[in-house]
Design a protein around this ligand. Structure first.
Ligand SMILES: C[S@@+](CC[C@H](N)C(=O)[O-])C[C@H]1O[C@@H](n2cnc3c(N)ncnc32)[C@H](O)[C@@H]1O
Length: 301
């Protein structure tokens, strides 16, 4: 089961137009896509996970087409389906509940499974490949940068020590190694940040997001909207900065008046601040606690 996060807020932020075309770059179990279709929009839903595509195809919904692909290629995929211009783009980033819940996908440090973490299991490098082969400095850099783990060097040292004895193959081996290295502190499992960093690296989540934002804006009509839900500070920052560059700012001129400075195409924020889930939602769905929704509208020029 995957409960869509910030569901009504996202549908409202996208301002669905009946007959409009919407690209959902993170189709998952089509929770948000169904909401769009029920308001009269047509959805081209992209997911890189075969299991997500198969699940949506097994329960077809009018107005939703599921396509296996990477949202980094969002603009090219839309154009290949004859969609040169769209009314909206949605990204609900990160992993889905079914991905986390299935031990064999290797996303969860709480479930014993192979240390995989690839969203698309038909290609790419697994998390086990990374921890077993990368140099100590590179590992520490990834864990520090993508996981924002303050004890990244200690974690990397422990991984390198441990793999000299035996290569990592399971989630639990890595989780226990991290716990031994940095101990338990706070409410979260000590391996939380390390697992996040590896997942982001394995799936090049920052690179794909950058390409998805640029590609989405490229095919967005004037008046069309982009909505992005993030779950980590790293990806939220990227979305916030991308929107800020396109929203630009009015700079006062010496001779009077003002001039807009920013990156074209120009955008306007739907909400000044990120939208967070209400207590009623976080109570029912803990995943929503860290969710942030940002949305912006493409301007005429
Ligand atoms: C949080 S879930 C989306 C859930 C969906 N909004 C729903 O309500 O059912 C994120 C989904 O995006 C997919 N995904 C993540 N990165 C992707 C990428 N670069 N390209 C395509 N799909 C991606 C994952 O496989 C996962 O199914």
């Amino acid at each position: 089961m995957h409960i869509p996060v910030l569901f009504s807020e996202t549908i409202a932020a996208l301002g669905i137009r009946p007959g409009g075309r919407y690209v959902d770059g993170t189709l998952g179990r089509a929770g948000h896509a169904r909401g769009i279709a029920e308001k009269g929009g047509t959805v081209l839903g992209i997911d890189r996970d075969d299991a997500a595509i198969a699940a949506v195809e097994a329960a077809p919904h009018a107005g939703i087409v599921a396509v296996k692909g990477n949202h980094g290629d969002l603009a090219a995929i839309a154009r290949a389906h004859g969609w040169d211009e769209v009314d909206g783009v949605l990204l609900d980033l990160g992993v889905s509940s079914p991905q986390l819940d299935e031990a064999e996908r290797g996303f969860s440090f709480m479930r014993p499974g192979p240390l995989d973490m690839r969203m698309d299991r038909t290609q790419g490098t697994s998390a086990a490949d990374l921890v077993n082969t990368l140099g100590r400095d590179e590992l520490a850099g990834i864990i520090a940068e993508l996981g924002e783990e303050p004890k990244a060097r200690q974690v990397a040292d422990a991984i390198v020590r441990e793999r000299a004895k035996r290569l990592f193959s399971s989630t639990v081996e890595l989780a226990e190694c991290v716990e031994r290295a940095i101990g338990r502190h706070g409410a979260h499992h000590p391996a939380t940040r390390t697992f996040l960093a590896l997942r982001m690296k394995v799936n090049d989540e920052l690179g794909e997001l950058e390409r998805a934002l640029a590609g989405g804006l490229e095919i967005l009509k004037a008046g069309g909207r982009m909505a992005v839900i993030t779950f980590e500070s790293m990806t939220d920052r990227m979305v916030k900065q991308f929107f800020a560059r396109h929203v630009g700012r009015e700079v006062s001129l010496q001779q009077g008046g003002s001039r807009w400075e920013g990156v074209r195409p120009r955008m306007r924020l739907v909400n000044r601040k990120a939208i967070r889930a209400a207590a009623s939602e976080t109570g029912a769905n803990p995943r929503a606690r860290s969710a942030k929704l940002r949305a912006a509208i493409r301007e005429e020029i």
